[in-house]
Design a protein around this ligand. Structure first.
Ligand SMILES: C[S@@+](CC[C@H](N)C(=O)[O-])C[C@H]1O[C@@H](n2cnc3c(N)ncnc32)[C@H](O)[C@@H]1O
Length: 229
């Protein structure tokens, strides 16, 4: 996969863009364009988040800042774009949780030194990542390796295939895919589910509006083939 394309998917998150992201995406687009209200994804955070939590692609950190975080939560913020790591960390700076930041690509193995996590979130990350589900699925293998045996991976991603986008959604899809901010024209539910199943024994995918909301448990330690078909 083209490294430049991968970086372009994360590169848009400059400080000014992060400054209006919550208004554009969390408040407006999620309900009106993608038809999956942010509260629904926040509910998933509240259901799934554990004490040792890895947040991949935290963006502004809106979900973390609004979730009911466990009392002694240790949050690791991992993003290819260090602006997102810094923005999310500053959002959590005055809360009871401890944070650490890592600048890394989810398509590459995640350093073992980070340890094991009770929960890993990747919310709205995979529609930014180029390639087919076979390519993106490599990330599930890497994330599974860092998940505790009884942990949970969860997140959501905007689909481009097999769902019906409204007028606003179609406009955003065309623009964002043309600019290389999104890479999701071919992303469908079956491909996501199959990619998750290559690395996890227990997989759940629900489609709400045009968004696939997923969770996965029981990482397959040696059998997971990641991106291989
Ligand atoms: C659309 S934002 C999602 C922000 C937030 N999680 C949310 O749900 O609103 C995507 C985030 O994923 C990050 N990202 C994109 N590609 C990535 C990659 N290959 N590895 C790690 N992070 C990536 C971006 O930099 C950005 O912070």
């Amino acid at each position: 996969m083209n490294d430049q394309e991968v970086r372009r998917g994360a590169g848009i998150y400059s400080k000014p863009v992060l400054g209006f992201y919550d208004l554009l995406v969390v408040k407006f687009s999620n309900s009106l364009a993608w038809r999956c209200p942010s509260q629904l994804m926040l509910d998933q955070y509240n259901r799934c988040i554990g004490t040792r939590h890895l947040d991949v692609g935290p963006g502004t950190g809106w979900y973390l800042a609004n979730a009911d975080l466990p009392e002694s939560a240790e949050i690791t913020l991992m993003d290819l774009n260090e602006n997102s790591v810094e923005h999310a960390a500053s959002r959590l700076a005055h809360t009871h949780v401890s944070t650490r930041g890592v600048t890394a690509n989810v398509l590459e193995p995640i350093p073992e030194a980070l340890g094991q996590f009770d929960s890993i979130a990747a919310n709205y990350v995979f529609h930014c990542v180029p390639g087919s589900w076979s390519d993106k699925g490599v990330a599930f293998k890497h994330l599974g390796e860092r998940l505790a045996a009884d942990g949970v991976l969860f997140g959501s991603t905007i689909l481009g295939s097999g769902v019906s986008h409204n007028l606003i959604g179609r406009g955003f899809m065309a623009l964002y895919n043309r600019l290389g901010i999104f890479h999701n024209r071919e992303d469908d539910t079956a491909g996501l589910e199959a990619a998750l199943r290559r690395s996890f024994d227990q997989v759940k995918v629900d489609v709400i509006g045009t968004v696939a909301v997923f969770s996965a448990r029981n990482p397959l330690r040696n059998g997971g083939a990641g991106g291989l078909d």
